[in-house]
Design a protein. Structure first.
Length: 355
């Protein structure tokens, strides 16, 4: 992906090596007891076990905003297949990958970062929407009203990528509903409390490829940020690079790859829904000078017409709502548009809706 411009260093924060104390990992939670459990279709597990897991996840969300899960029920063959397909796709020449490049009117597809002093990220990406087509509001800047459709750009090669993606998406979506049920219960809400918001979901999966970087001390694979959606389920390979800002002391903590595990984090929407009982936490990705890295995040996002606001059950006169309602679809489209246009104002954030 080229050489790093020496001027690029001025835009990358200093990253000291992690001490042994700072490298203590995020919580690891075993979901084996939930085999066959799905709050969205009425199947149940032992109530005491579910309550225990909900409490464990609630503690992780409160202290970290991140946790890892094992024995999550996503079939190993589905995960292995999508890894293979992702490697094959990114292994092609740039001209082949550009055939499915994303555009302003349809944000699904391939793109790579071009490294100048004003760009932070060292990676290439392929995005797919889970629900096809995905409905989102039309851009008001163009004088349009109503909704438009985002559809996926499927490459000719590898030929099995589409099928692998669709099978994987179904598996990870089931896990997302289970986790949202446990998060709801950890907040004292019914397990199905959030299901209604995902009827016409705007979720998507991203295939990330971080090539070896010739000057890793001058670049980030992905700059510090928070996820704007509800929940993120991340599969990462054994190279590693994800770091999380620990809430207790604001130190950066390396998230050690665990075989067959997913890394979970709550996004801005859960921060709002929970009225800040849980917080969306900053994280970033470092790069490697010798090894390429792959990761596959699943971003679980609600329907475009969802009004995001603190849940009434979690607010009262002593704990009033901390956010004004905002339309998720308009928020999403505005944020996506910033990938193609230089904005004259700060990119839209949830703090703009804080009361």
């Amino acid at each position: 992906m080229g050489e790093v411009d020496p001027a690029f260093v001025q835009n990358v924060e200093h990253r000291p090596k992690l001490t042994a104390n700072q490298a203590q990992g995020i919580p690891l939670i075993d979901l084996a007891a939930l085999t066959g459990y799905s709050p969205s279709d009425g199947t149940v597990a032992d109530s005491a076990v579910v309550e225990g897991l909900a409490a464990e996840i609630g503690e992780a969300c409160k202290k970290w905003g991140f946790f890892a899960v094992v024995n999550h029920g996503v079939a190993a063959e589905k995960r292995e297949r999508i890894w293979r397909e992702a490697r094959e796709f990114f292994g092609q020449g740039l001209e082949e990958k550009k055939k499915v490049r994303r555009g302003e009117r349809n944000v699904s597809g391939y793109y790579e970062t071009e490294h100048t002093k004003n760009v932070r990220d060292w990676k290439e990406v392929f995005d797919f929407t889970v629900q096809e087509p995905t409905l989102v509001p039309a851009s008001h800047e163009d004088g349009e009203e109503g909704v438009i459709e985002w559809t996926n750009r499927w490459p000719e090669y590898p030929p099995g990528l589409r099928e692998a993606f669709e099978e994987y998406a179904q598996e990870v979506e089931k896990l997302a509903y289970k986790l949202m049920g446990l998060i709801a219960q950890s907040l004292g809400l019914p397990a199905s409390r959030f299901d209604e918001f995902f009827k016409d979901q705007t979720s998507f999966i991203r295939l990330n490829h971080y090539p070896p970087c010739p000057a890793p001390h001058l670049a980030l694979g992905l700059g510090r940020h928070k996820d704007m959606g509800a929940l993120t389920i991340l599969a990462q390979d054994d190279v590693g690079g994800l770091e999380v800002k620990r809430k207790s002391d604001e130190e950066w903590v390396f998230v050690k790859p665990i075989p067959d595990a997913f890394v979970i984090n709550v996004g801005d929407i859960i921060q709002v829904w929970s009225n800040e009982t849980y917080e969306s936490v900053e994280h970033r990705v470092t790069v490697n000078s010798e090894k390429e890295r792959f990761s596959i995040p699943f971003f679980f996002n609600p329907s475009h017409y969802t009004m995001v606001q603190p849940q009434k059950e979690l607010t009262d006169e002593h704990n009033p709502p901390k956010y004004r309602p905002y339309n998720w679809g308009k928020f999403l489209v505005t944020r996506k548009a910033s990938n193609f246009k230089k904005l004259d104002v700060e990119n839209l954030q949830i703090h703009h809706f804080r009361i």
